[in-house]
Ligand binder design. Structure first.
Ligand code: SF4
Length: 271
């Protein structure tokens, strides 16, 4: 199948701004599904609210556009009801790490077999540029006109520490690697978390001296460090950089499988 077969072509053109990275990441997710050879009738894509959460509207699967920050519990309900489905959540740094942050850590802890792609553009894009929990220190936003003083989460560390089976970070610039990370993460039966660094030229870039999508992608190229290389670098050398790669790929038992076994044991015991 071609990528177009996974898209609702009649919904185009999309609403994203020129230079936005979200279409690139949506393309990477679609290509990863194609690469994994998944039956499109077995794929469900769930989103919350925000620019990234518009993606499922363009994707030709069963899709759910839910409440702000609540995509993960909706998705967990879908997975619990039918564990055979491939359930993907597309979320953003505001939706997934602020209002939805608690859902994220508990889904990691339970290791529910969900596939999360969090598009990190460092800002609340849709609501015109408030800082998010992933906005870098010092960055300008409508709510931090003198520079953000909050340190940003390292969401990959958070997901790993909370129990996710698969954790990776890629960028819209390194598109082939990103497709690989998503594809590998989607194959892990447990909770997979992929942070995709995306660009918002409209509400982050233009306030932070990166006026175009191209400039922002060059920033991704120049400031990302591969996981293996990072291990040879000092904290000083890594200052201002972000690390990409696959951070863990574990085989801990998936939640709906554990639940199924528990029910079977109970039913055997009561017979
Ligand atoms: S506001 Fe930013 S994130 Fe939203 S569509 Fe425009 S460029 Fe993309």
């Amino acid at each position: 199948m071609a990528v177009e077969d996974y898209l609702r072509m009649e919904k185009l053109p999309h609403i994203w701004c020129p230079g936005c990275g979200h279409g690139i990441v949506m393309g990477a997710i679609t290509r990863a599904i194609e690469k994994n050879g998944w039956d499109k009738n077995k794929v469900v894509v769930v989103s919350g609210i925000g620019c990234s959460s518009r993606a499922p509207g363009y994707m030709d699967f069963d899709t759910l556009h839910t409440l702000h920050g609540r995509a993960i519990p909706f998705a967990a309900g879908v997975k619990m009801a039918n564990p055979e489905l491939h359930v993907i959540v597309i979320t953003g740094d505001g939706d997934g790490a602020a209002i939805g942050g608690n859902h994220l850590i508990h889904a990691c802890r339970r290791n529910v077999g969900l596939n999360i792609v969090l598009l990190n553009n460092s800002i609340y894009g849709m609501t015109s540029g408030q800082y998010s929990p992933l906005t870098p220190e010092g960055a300008l936003a409508t709510t931090s006109p003198y520079g953000n003083i909050d340190p940003a989460f390292d969401l990959c560390n958070l997901a790993m520490g909370s129990g996710a089976n698969f954790v990776a970070r890629g960028t819209a610039y390194h598109i082939h690697k990103l497709i690989d990370y998503i594809s590998q993460g989607f194959e892990n039966p447990g909770f997979s978390f992929i942070e995709a660094i995306s660009q918002c030229p409209t509400n982050f870039g233009r306030r932070n001296k990166q006026r175009t999508g191209l400039e922002m992608m060059k920033w991704q190229r120049d400031n990302s460090v591969d996981f293996k290389k990072a291990q040879t670098m000092s904290a000083e050398e890594l200052k201002g950089k972000f690390i990409t790669g696959i951070f863990c790929d574990r085989e801990d038992k998936e939640y709906t499988e554990k639940y199924r076994q528990l029910v079977e044991q109970f039913q055997e015991g009561s017979n």
